[in-house]
Design a protein around this ligand. Sequence first.
Ligand SMILES: NC(=O)c1ccc[n+]([C@@H]2O[C@H](COP(=O)([O-])OP(=O)(O)OC[C@H]3O[C@@H](n4cnc5c(N)ncnc54)[C@H](O)[C@@H]3O)[C@@H](O)[C@H]2O)c1
Length: 302
Amino acid sequence: MTLKEDNYFIKKVAVITGGSRGIGRAVAEALVARGSKVVIGDVLDGAGQETVNELNAKANDGEKNAIYVHTDVTVYKDVITLFKSAESEFGGVDIAFLNAGVINKPDFMFTPLEDEADDFLPDINFTGVVKCTRVAALAMARRGGGVITITASCAGFGGPFALSVYNASKHAMIGWTRSLGMLKDICNVRVNAVCPHWVETDMRHKITGYQVDPYGPFVQESPTVKIDTVVKAVLTLMEDPNRNSETLMALPPDVIRAQPPIPAFPEQSNPAYDKRAVQYEKDALEYYKSLLDPALKRYEQL
Ligand SMILES: NC(=O)c1ccc[n+]([C@@H]2O[C@H](COP(=O)([O-])OP(=O)(O)OC[C@H]3O[C@@H](n4cnc5c(N)ncnc54)[C@H](O)[C@@H]3O)[C@@H](O)[C@H]2O)c1
């Protein structure tokens, strides 16, 4: 297959967390088909290596399309190794798809009160994405810029009692994405989030497998969005230079729709404060730009 030279993805390098299977794997396949090199970080080593082998089976002789790096997204050391592996193997990082995630058991609220059990999901779905975003931004800033796409969810806008912790973690990802718009002006890195409804993956099967809790049978009857539609939304966020700090929903069966934030509340506004806010934006940009170089120097020494 010949690839169009004006294709945004050609010769780009992409890091994908949670790419061993499911949505992450589907995006890895789409990127390789468009000419990108892919670095998969996951804790499912067998499935990850298998995915990479299949991607490399499509490569030209003597070339690699992909590598796998064991990565627990909750551990900075792993995340730094993941991004540095992309730099050493393929020359840098242009694209990051921060997609690794887990879901809670529907009966979460009344399970035993245990620290480790309660920390598990937020560590991956929230703190893990924060850590990956911070490392990705530095790796991309070194190269002159890039694009980060986070897998949030429709659960980031609301959801049932059964998925309370998961919903909260995905709301956090919407907040995180919407807070990072200034990165584009600081170091030319855009951050967006894709927000799928239910998709046919192991994650959904985990929930439909809980038949005692009434949520499992309910989800079994829920409509699903095609995985190809989710991939389309992800690629749109990556290749469209005007998408920044945006949340894009992927809805059943094949609908892609932006979900903008609520408009600013007029009660906070008056002419003096509005003028001050404009000045604050300018001051903040200068200040954060001045912090970038020292951060890059620290990253280079890791
Ligand atoms: N399937 C759905 O219906 C659905 C809907 C909306 C959003 N999502 C989100 O999509 C993303 C991908 O989920 P999926 O549906 O493909 O499910 P999945 O379970 O097939 O994939 C999740 C991947 O994340 C990896 N992972 C989990 N913990 C990790 C860790 N600590 N470090 C590195 N990797 C880790 C898993 O090993 C797996 O490969 C998740 O963030 C999920 O919350 C899924």
